[in-house]
Design a protein around this ligand. Structure first.
Ligand code: HEM
Length: 265
């Protein structure tokens, strides 16, 4: 089934990976969190919670990419100057949580599973990091650019303050960069088995993202922060009068009620 997909998509890895993850992309776009986001229904609490998870995900991804930078599969797609997100996420977290933001990072179990997978492949099969770098960075340079504008507008942020994550100062043209990135992916030498493993890992990467969004949505729905209908807009406004309290309350309630495991790293 997968190999038929690959043949239909041509022999370039970039085409094959896009084809292999097409359905997963549709599912990721249609998670409740992403649907709300696209409608501009994002509150500061939601965004802060998302930033915490992104921080842990990029910390694992970028540490593993750095450590494996000279691996023959990683080296062609290793662009820390242009792509690295960790520092921008740290600045965004500091913007919202203040200087002691590190003590405030809280993530659900799905985020923990995602980072564990990144550590595992970083240690045992670094070539598969290509699938994770593709899923996150090309996503950030695609739909992510729209989400960045929505974030600024919805939260009334001035300039990039608090939303540096979406901003790639080292990338002048996202489209041209993506073209170049795809051709670098296509230059990686792979056996058929390695190619198939990489395509499977890309589907896993999307799945891990979907699970993070679903867990975040669960946490938010308990706090009354999940705005899936108009009525919630009023609720969100009411809560947002004290974002710090609201966040602490939300996480506490989630811990108590869902019992799904919340991790402070
Ligand atoms: C609101 C949700 C989303 C929207 C509106 C969206 C939109 C888009 C669009 C329009 C493209 C095509 C850009 C182009 O062809 O140049 C794209 C590509 C992509 N997106 Fe998304 N996306 C969303 C969520 C996600 C998520 C959650 C992920 C993964 C975690 C993701 C990963 C990707 C990847 C890897 C590509 C590159 C595909 C390729 O050219 O090979 N997207 N997205």
């Amino acid at each position: 089934m997968e190999s038929m997909k690959s043949t239909a998509a041509g022999s370039d890895l970039s085409e094959q990976i896009k084809a292999a993850t097409k359905d997963s992309h549709v599912r990721a776009e249609n998670t409740q969190l992403m649907l709300n986001y696209q409608k501009g229904q994002i509150t500061q609490t939601q965004y802060k919670l998302l930033l915490c998870s992104l921080y842990e995900i990029y910390r694992a991804l970028e540490e593993e990419l750095d450590r494996n930078a000279s691996h023959p599969a990683v080296q062609p797609i290793y662009f820390p100057q242009e792509l690295a997100r960790l520092e921008s996420l740290e600045r965004d977290l500091e913007h919202f949580f203040g200087p002691h933001w590190r003590t405030r990072v809280t993530v659900p179990a799905a985020t923990h599973r995602y980072t564990q997978r990144l550590r595992e492949i970083g240690n045992n099969s670094p070539g598969l990091l290509v699938a994770h770098a593709y899923t996150r960075y090309l996503g950030d340079l695609s739909g992510g650019q729209v989400l960045g504008k929505i974030t600024q507008k919805s939260l009334g942020l001035s300039g990039n303050k608090g939303a540096q994550f979406f901003w790639f100062p080292g990338v002048t043209s996202p489209n041209r960069f993506k073209q170049m990135y795809r051709s670098r992916m296509n230059s990686i030498e792979l056996t058929e088995q390695q190619r198939q493993d990489l395509l499977d890992e890309a589907t896993t990467a999307f799945e891990l993202n979907i699970e993070v969004f679903d867990d975040l949505q669960k946490m938010l729905s308990i706090t009354g922060e999940a705005s899936s209908d108009k009525g919630n807009e009023a609720k969100s406004k009411r809560f947002s009068s004290s974002p710090v309290l609201q966040f602490a309350l939300g996480v506490g309630l989630t811990l108590a009620t869902v019992g799904m495991g919340v991790y402070a790293f």
